[in-house]
Design a protein around this ligand. Structure first.
Ligand code: MLT
Ligand code: ZN
Length: 477
């Protein structure tokens, strides 16, 4: 990972183009870009490029393409699936979006934000909030994840149940293609049937077709009232029944509906500071529900209380706590948001970001739990996630005190087991995290010949030399 791993003429040209702040070489400066946040994927790179504008980015990409140097786009580096980590050949450059970080415009009439790829999701949310608006995409890693990354991976998260994934919120895009040309799709139209919706190709493509530099995102008016409750339930069935009860009363009121297994909650309350269970005793599982409205009257409170009251009567829930202040609301959300961090602290884990039809969630969780427990005695089955979307993070944590490498050496066996049950219920093995480097070994059979072949044709048309984020999504050649 020294300067010499870039062809000398390319090194000189990139140095002239990007300046000292825009070109990092050498192990010390590039190491943190070469591994993911869990440090599960390790790669090497020839350099990290940090362009400060679309123009610089396009020129840098053109130079790399001329020299046949592979490029790995990287945003906040929060991928769960190694989507932004280079391989270990040391040939690729990482193109970091960090310095393209301006919020260009917030439009109150159109309800849009024009924003560069390197702005963190949290900074974008805060900018919208300062203007009385809401950017309705919320994920646990929003403090680091950036706009380019969340769009490239079609991130979902906590508000998908009401506002959809990043795809539904993305109106316009600007993308640097693998040959260095810039594709300007910066429209802010709700309706636009002028041929193929090209921008959709880049949403969720995980940087394999081009590098997103700027986006136009849909906003919403800020809610004036929110009601948030954490409920103790006996099972995923009960959590789903509670969701159905809220949906029946007012589907438009539900902003988030999250599930947490007792095992996963226990990791949070034992391993994360300032996270205590705000209920009288631990339960087999929990549901976190948030209602939100632009009305400022007390109708949401009435709705929350009446649904929970009925749920108590029907024994759907055994306990519940309602946030009485913004601080309490944030504490409830902190408990949910710390699940990924708690699982990281608990040792090695195998993540399965699965999606199944809502009705199949209880059977899926029961069967997958039994099969994984039979496969590895002592394994900690710690599912949680966006149950209102049918998206469960069916994560498995190593046995307590066990050997993490030994556990990880069984990751394929674990994922195969889970994938088989996901297939049985007609689900997907990636709901919102993407494919990245994970599980590509099973893509041929998983996707079906024609589906994979069509994706390969699109990839070949836009990136004939396989230079943009090679080794991701598609099975290794
Ligand atoms: C989350 O929802 O917190 C993350 O997507 C999940 C994970 O750690 O698997
Ligand atoms: Zn999630």
């Amino acid at each position: 990972m020294s300067d010499s791993s870039l062809p000398p003429s390319l090194h000189t040209a990139l140095k002239d183009l990007l300046g000292p702040a825009g070109l990092l070489t050498g192990t010390d400066d590039t190491a943190s870009y070469c591994t993911d946040w869990r440090m599960l994927y390790q790669g090497r790179c020839a350099a990290v490029l940090r362009p400060a504008s679309t123009e610089e980015c396009a020129k840098a990409v053109a130079l790399c393409a001329e020299h046949s140097v592979p490029m790995v786009p990287q945003g906040g580096n929060t991928s769960m699936v190694g989507g932004a980590t280079p391989d270990d050949s040391g040939r690729a450059v990482i193109i970091s979006t960090t310095r393209m970080n301006r919020i260009r415009h917030i439009d109150h009439g159109d309800l849009t934000m024009t924003v560069e790829a390197g702005v963190t999701l949290k900074a974008a949310q805060e900018a919208a909030a300062r203007e009385g608006l809401m950017l309705p995409l919320s994920i646990s890693s929003e403090g680091s994840a950036d706009i380019g990354g969340v769009i490239a991976t079609n991130a979902g998260g906590n508000n998908t149940v009401r506002y959809g994934n990043a795809r539904e919120l993305t109106l316009g895009l600007e993308v640097v293609l693998p040959d260095g040309n810039t594709l300007n799709l910066m429209r802010r139209l709700r309706k636009d049937n002028t041929g193929y919706p090209l921008r959709q190709l880049f949403v969720g493509a995980e940087g394999t077709l081009g590098l997103i530099t700027t986006a136009i995102i849909q906003l919403q008016p800020s809610p004036r009232s929110r009601e948030t409750a954490l409920c103790a339930v006996q099972s995923p069935e009960q959590a789903l029944a509670l969701f159905a009860a809220f949906r029946k009363h007012d589907p438009s009121a539900v902003l988030a509906f999250e599930y947490m297994s007792g095992t996963s909650m226990n990791l949070v309350t034992t391993l994360i500071d300032n996270c205590t269970l705000p209920l009288s005793e631990p339960a087999p599982a929990y549901a976190l529900v948030e209602l939100a409205s632009t009305r400022s009257d007390d109708s949401l409170r009435t709705l929350m209380e009446s649904v929970l009251e009925q749920a108590f009567e029907e024994e759907l829930i055994s306990d519940a706590v309602l946030a009485e202040s913004e601080t309490q609301r944030q504490s409830l959300w902190m408990i949910r948001e710390e699940h990924a961090e708690a699982q990281k602290r608990a040792g090695a884990s195998v993540k399965n970001d699965v999606s199944v039809p809502l009705s199949a969630i209880p059977a899926f969780i029961t069967e997958a739990t039994q099969r994984c427990e039979a496969l590895i005695p002592g394994i900690r089955v710690a599912p949680f996630g966006h149950i209102g979307d049918g998206n469960i993070h069916f994560n498995l944590v190593q046995p307590e005190g066990g050997d993490s490498q030994a556990f990880l050496s069984q990751d394929h066996a674990i994922m195969d087991t889970v994938a088989e049950i996901v297939r049985k219920y007609d689900g997907s093995f990636s709901a919102e995290h993407g494919v990245g480097q994970l599980k590509t070994y099973m893509m041929p059979s998983w996707r079906g010949g024609a589906e994979l072949a069509t994706m390969e044709k699109i990839k070949a048309a836009l990136d004939p030399h396989n230079l943009m984020n090679p080794g991701k999504i598609f099975p290794a050649a």
